[in-house]
Design a protein. Structure first.
Length: 278
């Protein structure tokens, strides 16, 4: 069962990792950023954790997902802010990538400690998830408050890069399911949202298009990524209540209809103001 869960998760992760790059290239950073953050790899990850680790593992793993997405938001913030300060230095892509990953690791360790202490002090997993979601939304609104350009890409991303993205995402999700089965639900939750897709999106788009396209996609990715946190919070209730198939469908519909679609509409309306500036 563990092997099947890992394989299923890997296939989903690889598919989404490819689709998000193509979406950003075709429709621009706004649409691509939102479409690329619709709950996807989290669906088989949550299902695998539930089947392998049971309800208790699912609840703890999903409770930390919103905090994990907050860490990803901090990761994306580095991609938005840092490049403009190091554009004249050698290898700005390498510096940005290393800096973003280092900050992600530090932030993830901090979030693990905070989540562990909160749960030990009788904060419910559901409330922990809601607090994480509120913090993520606040950061996302701050980053997206000012309308910025979200251009389409001009050059195709190579097949090799797309394959690498799929493999990176597959490894992250597979590891998360395995950790859940090993009795490490909090670490599994953080591993499930390791920014494999975000990282490979940023690197691949920078290499193919330059820094403007990935910077334009990062803000919408962050705000759209809150749908993953919404999915995680709902799945704490829906999977044990309705089973893997229907529970996953309920959580996905609520996350997309309640968050992804409204977010796209709001950002599209806001960013259209750029086109009105003479």
């Amino acid at each position: 069962m563990i092997g099947q869960s890992i394989l299923f998760s890997a296939l989903f992760a690889g598919l989404v990792a490819t689709m998000v790059t193509v979406a950003i290239e075709k429709w621009g950073g706004l649409a691509g950023g939102i479409l690329g953050t619709v709950p996807s790899t989290i669906v088989p990850a949550a299902a695998g954790m539930y089947m392998v680790g049971g309800e208790a593992a699912l609840i703890e793993s999903m409770a930390i997902i919103p905090l994990g997405m907050l860490v990803n938001g901090i990761f994306l913030t580095v991609w938005i802010i840092l490049p403009s300060y190091i554009s004249q230095r050698a290898n700005p892509l390498l510096i940005t990538t290393f800096s973003a990953l280092l900050i992600w690791v530090i932030s993830a360790i901090l979030m693990l400690k905070v989540a562990g202490m909160a749960l030990e002090n009788d904060l419910s997993p559901g409330n922990l998830g809601i607090i994480g979601l509120i913090m993520l939304v606040f950061l996302s609104i701050v980053i997206n408050w000012r309308a910025t350009e979200t251009p389409k890409g001009k050059y195709p991303v190579s097949l090799f890069v797309l394959v690498c993205r799929g493999l990176a995402a597959a490894i992250a999700i597979g590891l998360a399911v395995w950790l859940s089965g090993q009795g490490q639900p909090l670490i599994a939750g953080i591993a499930a949202v390791f920014p494999a897709i975000f990282l490979t999106s940023m690197v691949a788009l920078w290499m193919a298009q330059g820094p403007t396209v990935p910077r334009g996609a990062a803000g919408p990715m962050m705000l759209g990524g809150a749908s993953v946190a919404v999915y995680a919070i709902v799945s704490i209730w829906s999977l044990p209540q309705y089973g893997v198939l229907f529970g996953s469908a309920i959580a996905w519909i609520i996350a997309v209809v309640g968050w992804s679609i409204p977010t796209f509409i709001v950002l599209r309306k806001r960013n259209s103001s750029i086109d009105l500036i003479p």
